[in-house]
Design a protein around this ligand. Sequence first.
Ligand SMILES: C[S@@+](CC[C@H](N)C(=O)[O-])C[C@H]1O[C@@H](n2cnc3c(N)ncnc32)[C@H](O)[C@@H]1O
Length: 431
Amino acid sequence: MKTAIKCIQISTINFLIKNLGKITDYREANELLDQLSGIDTFFRNQNEFLTLLGLLKPSFMVCEGSGRREYGDFQTPSILTDSICSYLNNKGIVPDIVIEPTFGKGSFLVSALEYFPKFKKIYGVEICESYYWQTKFTILELFLKNPDLHKPKIFLYLDDVFKFDFRLIERSIEKHNVLVLGNPPWVTNSELGSLNSKNLPKKSNIKSLNGLDAITGKGNFDIGEYIILMMLNSFSKYNGHMAMLAKNSVIKNLIYDLPRTNYQVDDMIALEIDTKKFFDASVKASLFECSFKHNTFSLILPENDKPVMLDDTCYFLGFDSLSEAILVWAILNSKPVKQLLAAIVFLDAKRPYTKDILMRISIDKIAKDMTYDKITDQIESLNENMLVNVTEDKWEVFLEKMNKGNSETKQLSLFEIMANPPSPFLTSTKK
Ligand SMILES: C[S@@+](CC[C@H](N)C(=O)[O-])C[C@H]1O[C@@H](n2cnc3c(N)ncnc32)[C@H](O)[C@@H]1O
């Protein structure tokens, strides 16, 4: 706290002196600061509160950390975090929950607060105490300057990311959209070895390499890579997005290892950044992005009024109307279908989704069990932009068609290709 207080603006200091100076109990101070900034438990105990009151008296000077090599400390400048968050926002990423596993001075968190106006919660972890306090003060400053800015609940933890129990966060995710954001440390385990540092995961052979590979250098990895893997391990089972800065070598390793790790991620992109300009570093690094998606069935729309061709790794259904395609898409990605597939599909098989398995899905029976509200909720969770194409009338017509199809012939036949393109269609990946 002592170091952090030296970096905050005089207007914030004056605010703190004026408003906290009269308070004697840390819980009362926490209430005030929560209302102002959304930060939960600003002071963890009375001692911390009294320390701040004591520190509000001395004069200030600019702080800079030293000996931070073992923490892979390359703080991201706000100009870069702003452009990353603005880019994600323009791309339509609308998170409910933002997670920053090593938040440092908090520039990603501050940019997220400015660029994602509606999200509900922030979770952040950081090992360095002065950064932990600096981030709290910076967020407080942001809200003092912009009192009307949307305030999510903010949970900041002073902890070692390798020891932090991310299951605490998982419990609050449920149906929410997660965005894992940040810039994990840039340092390799062998550099840490030479520094005699303990800033490592407990189990350092994370890739379960055999002895020879470990000796010949494959066991040398960036701890940032381990943190990204931890994030994928905890959060790739939820809907959401990851956008993290990492060395290109880290990204290459992640992609190389992905088939083995079985994390359900999609839409991977690496956008190279100018490391010289932003970090005064010569190593190549990029923004690594991917989505967490759990839809076995995708909606493929015509491109420029032309049908899209896919290869034979997909099964597909064709439709005459977009609304019908959307309704079937929502049904096929609904909970009952997911539960059925989870019970009968062996994901480690060479071809888990076979025609025989897909033929066991009765679209009409699931449709009968769904109300209009349920189907629109389901569509909204997949892509809210698609809602405009569906009305209650269209849903009723669809149900009638399902019933009629059932009594006259059979259930909607899977794998029938409609003759007149261009039409939207649904795919299910065979592999
Ligand atoms: C590359 S810097 C990036 C900081 C911040 N994410 C940003 O984008 O500006 C990495 C950060 O990781 C923190 N860090 C290093 N090891 C950590 C650990 N074991 N647990 C939590 N944070 C850690 C460092 O203190 C540093 O703030």
